[in-house]
Design a binder for this molecule. Structure first.
Ligand code: ZN
Length: 437
């Protein structure tokens, strides 16, 4: 669902304004911080936002808060989804919301949200978290998007637009959720190529074209190459290392699915991002499959052996019938009784720790396994299970391109730590999410 009166409540700064938010992160210039036990309309706004993001169930609040908050979701906020503006929307300002409570369920949902967005996780809503909540509520199609130098438009709909342009091969600048001049250039070029009015405005016709052409999950090549190019200037090189990255599943075997999202698509996206990062750092990288192929386990291990790889990294996601299962696990070849691959074990630990440090996902440890994929490969081989598609928070993380980029960065860091001398070894999780976007 889309935004409500967010950004409109007295005492809250307007959150889609033209100030450069990036440099004010962590400050709470005069804004009241909402925390456990607080009540009032601002709390109702926050709860509505969390609910619209699927992070807060209506049944989990206190009776009073539920009764007050409940109807918010049903208020028709607009008739035309493309002609709304959160600054001018006042529908909720007069609602009797004084008793909405910042209860423990709200706090937990805020923590989840902060984790997903790479914010400081403190369970309180200050300016930074509030702004992020506001941005997260926009879906592509909720409003017209165009470049406004005075007040750049921010939101997840902009991220979605930038992602789609990248996946179609257009350079729309960094995928940062801010509609800047590069986004406009990318959009105009796309519009021209597809016979649309090249006005730099993302309206209904452009949206239709993007939706018809867009894939669900993307590798974002131009973006990825630029990020890699900047890294190769600053980071150590892996020249001469041959690394095989194995995205699990593929073709008619999608693995776990969550709605339209498949494990096969997501791990292929991750593998492509890892490939770009490693290649930029000088490594020779091979993927075991294309986007739509599904080689057998034998073919995958034979491929890695034929490539004389120094390292084999297999990527999967998990799912479980318990909605509580979540986190990151890694596997290396071993029987658990001493006959294990020490380099594999070392890399399994490095990769897992780097991913945990950069995404905040739960640490499920590294484990010795005798699976053929690990046994038949003649080089150190590791399987990384990078979160649970069945868990709401893990899923949100994995659907965020910034988080997938962070995972790719984590794997690069782990490879560097494995192959480079100790003095070049950066501490785990040196780079955090905000650094990447
Ligand atoms: Zn799998």
């Amino acid at each position: 669902m889309g935004p409500s009166s967010f950004g409109r409540h007295p005492g809250w700064a307007s959150t889609d304004g033209g100030d450069d938010n990036r440099h004010t992160m962590g400050t709470d210039s005069g804004m009241q911080i909402l925390r456990l036990g607080d009540r009032g309309p601002a709390v109702a706004d926050v709860r509505a936002a969390l609910r619209s993001l699927g992070l807060l169930g209506g049944e989990k609040g206190t009776a009073a808060a539920t009764a007050v908050d409940g109807p918010l979701d049903t208020i028709p906020l607009r008739t035309s989804p493309l002609e709304t503006d959160p600054v001018n929307r006042t529908a909720l300002d007069t609602a009797p919301l004084e008793t909405a409570e910042f209860d423990s369920a709200t706090e937990l949902a805020v923590r989840h949200f902060q984790q997903v967005r790479g914010l400081s996780v403190d369970g309180r809503v200050g300016e930074e978290t509030y702004r992020a909540l506001n941005e997260a509520r926009w879906s592509l199609g909720d409003r017209l998007l165009r470049y406004d130098p005075e007040r750049p438009t921010r939101g997840d709909d902009v991220i979605n637009l930038q992602d789609r342009l990248h996946e179609l091969g257009y350079d729309a600048g960094p995928v940062d959720g801010v509609f800047g001049p590069e986004t406009e250039v990318g959009l105009r070029t796309f519009q021209r190529d597809y016979g649309l009015t090249s006005d730099g405005t993302c309206g209904p016709a452009t949206l239709r074209a993007l939706r018809q052409l867009g894939r669900k999950v993307t590798g974002g090549r131009p973006q990825l190459l630029r990020q890699s190019a900047s890294f190769v200037e600053s980071g150590p090189h892996l020249i001469g290392r041959r690394i095989v990255v194995d995205p699990g599943h593929g073709g008619d075997e999608p693995g776990f699915t969550a709605g339209e999202t498949t494990e096969a698509d997501l791990v292929f996206d991750l593998a492509s991002r890892i490939e770009g990062r490693l290649a930029a750092a000088g490594a020779t990288v091979y993927l075991t499959r294309g986007r739509h192929q599904n080689p057998s386990p034998d073919e995958r291990t034979a491929f890695a052996n034929d490539a004389r790889a120094d390292l084999f990294i297999s990527l999967h996601l998990d799912a479980h019938t318990s909605e509580h299962a979540r986190g990151v696990a890694s596997y290396y070849y071993g029987t658990g009784s001493g006959a294990s691959s020490t380099v594999g074990e070392q890399f399994a630990n490095l990769a897992r720790r780097e991913v945990i440090a950069r995404t905040g996902m739960l640490d499920l440890g590294s484990h010795a396994k005798t699976w053929d994929l690990l046994r038949m490969t003649r080089m150190p081989a590791v399987r990384l299970d990078c979160g649970y598609l069945s868990h709401p928070v893990d899923r949100l993380l994995l659907l965020d391109a910034r988080v997938r980029s962070a995972v790719a960065h984590a794997v690069l860091a782990a490879v560097q730590r494995l192959f480079l001398p100790a003095e070049a070894d950066p501490p785990t999780g040196t780079f955090t999410l905000p650094d990447l976007v």
